[in-house]
Design a protein around this ligand. Structure first.
Ligand SMILES: Cc1cc2nc3c(=O)[nH]c(=O)nc-3n(C[C@H](O)[C@H](O)[C@H](O)COP(=O)(O)OP(=O)(O)OC[C@H]3O[C@@H](n4cnc5c(N)ncnc54)[C@H](O)[C@@H]3O)c2cc1C
Length: 400
């Protein structure tokens, strides 16, 4: 086992640490206290500097203007970027675009790549992923109301979706809809379809308020409707009836991205906690850092974050070696474990900051509000624990 950061990414990781600190930390007060859309001009300048510096789109192959990193290599980059809420956006590797790019790279036709992937890779447009519906359980998405019926060379789409992250201002979505209702196997009824969001019949109903914030542009989660939307059948992504398989494939690497971003958040929370504890005087002779309770919290955070990182790097390595399907249990393990670590580390950091922790003078409260969802999106904790326990119990089950 080699615990070193791979030689190819080591210099990149140090450059990114400096970049995030120098370029992104100063933008955070504006991000935390205004709408994302207000920040776009500043972020456009930062993104231009990112390109000039040769840091753009680390996950993409060089032929698409990226750095061509493997998933395991990208994991280290994602941790560095996660230290700021603006990190991934600055390098054009933010969710949900990053996972959409990966899916288009793998399954897109030449026409689809030209029309959707190329401008996305250049950062000229954004995209979203519309699977979850208000009327059906997102944790069991074979239950789905969205339909795409063939008419001539087109699909006619009718769907009601919500929690479509980044839909506000996105140019297209990858939509999951039932194309083959006649198939007996429920998980082989749906397909993924690329839908331009300027199509007649598409409507963004609202940006959903989450933990008191409605959000805008990239930082939105929208409820959307598709009423008799026509798209060419050539916009279907991947084979017909394989929507769930592709969505799972999309979510595998996507969970590595999320988990490493969460570890970056944890590292920043630990950094802020140490700074605060070492400088906040409790009395003429004692600092917060002198209190055993605070020392224990720090040690517990350190141990759980380091354990989480090793789990995620192992899962990323396994996906690189054997593919996402073979790493299903590892992926489920990190998804619930790291989401839990994130929540407790940020919570402890807020406690150490006292009233300051409740303000938007640090990013802690933002993460506390927004990352509570980590235990729900891309599959709730309970579903991932079920996947892990099912595999553990399998050899012990009574065979009838
Ligand atoms: C911030 C945020 C962003 C999101 N972004 C997107 C996006 O971009 N695109 C998209 O399509 N979706 C998105 N989602 C939706 C997300 O994937 C779903 O919320 C998730 O899959 C859970 O589905 P649900 O909300 O319908 O919960 P339900 O399926 O109704 O489940 C509710 C609860 O029931 C429990 N539960 C479910 N199944 C089991 C089980 N088998 N055993 C025990 N308990 C169980 C869990 O505690 C779960 O939280 C996002 C959600 C959030 C919060």
């Amino acid at each position: 086992m080699d615990f070193e950061i791979p030689a190819r990414v080591k210099p990149l990781v140090s450059r990114l640490r400096a970049f995030v600190q120098e370029e992104l930390f100063p933008l955070e007060p504006a991000f935390l206290n205004s709408e994302f859309v207000d920040l776009l001009p500043h972020l456009a300048e930062v993104r231009a500097r990112v390109r000039t510096a040769g840091l753009w789109a680390p996950h993409l192959p060089e032929s698409y203007g990226g750095l061509g990193l493997s998933l395991h290599e990208f994991a280290y980059v994602s941790e560095e970027l996660g230290r700021s809420p603006l990190g991934h956006y600055a390098l054009n590797c933010q969710p949900p675009d990053i996972a959409n790019m990966e899916l288009l790279l793998r399954y897109g036709t030449e026409e689809q790549k030209q029309r959707f992937l190329e401008p996305l890779a250049r950062g000229e447009i954004r995209s979203c992923f519309a699977m979850t519906e208000p009327e059906y359980p997102g944790s069991n998405p074979v239950m789905m109301g969205a339909s795409a019926q063939k008419e001539g060379d087109d699909y006619v789409i009718n769907a009601h979706k919500w929690f479509t992250t980044g839909a506000d201002g996105a140019a297209f979505t990858i939509l999951m809809a039932i194309t083959n209702p006649e198939v007996a196997q429920r998980h082989q009824r749906a397909s993924l379809i690329l839908v331009p969001l300027d199509s007649p019949g598409y409507r963004r109903i609202r940006n959903i308020s989450i933990m008191g914030e409605t959000g805008s542009d990239y930082a939105s989660h929208a409820e959307v409707a598709f009423e008799n939307v026509y798209v060419p059948q050539s916009y279907r992504l991947g084979p017909e009836g394989e929507g769930f398989r592709l969505a799972q494939e999309r979510l595998g690497p996507g969970r590595i991205h999320h988990c490493m971003r969460w570890i970056g958040i944890c590292e920043r929370a630990i950094d802020l906690t140490c700074r605060r504890a070492a400088t906040r005087q409790l009395s003429s002779s004692a600092y917060l850092a002198d209190q055993q309770a605070i020392q224990h919290w720090l040690a517990e955070s350190r141990a759980s974050v380091d354990a989480a990182r090793l789990l995620v790097l192992h899962a990323a390595w396994k996906i690189d070696q054997e593919g996402a399907a073979a790493a299903r249990v590892e992926i489920s393990t990190i998804k619930f474990y790291v989401a839990g670590v994130l929540q407790s580390v940020v919570d402890r950091a807020i406690q150490v900051h006292g009233a300051l922790g409740m303000t938007d003078d640090t990013p802690l409260a933002h993460w506390y509000r927004h990352e509570r969802a980590a235990r729900i999106y891309d599959g709730p904790d309970e579903v991932h624990k079920w996947v892990v326990a099912r595999q553990m119990l399998e050899p012990y089950r009574v065979k009838e």
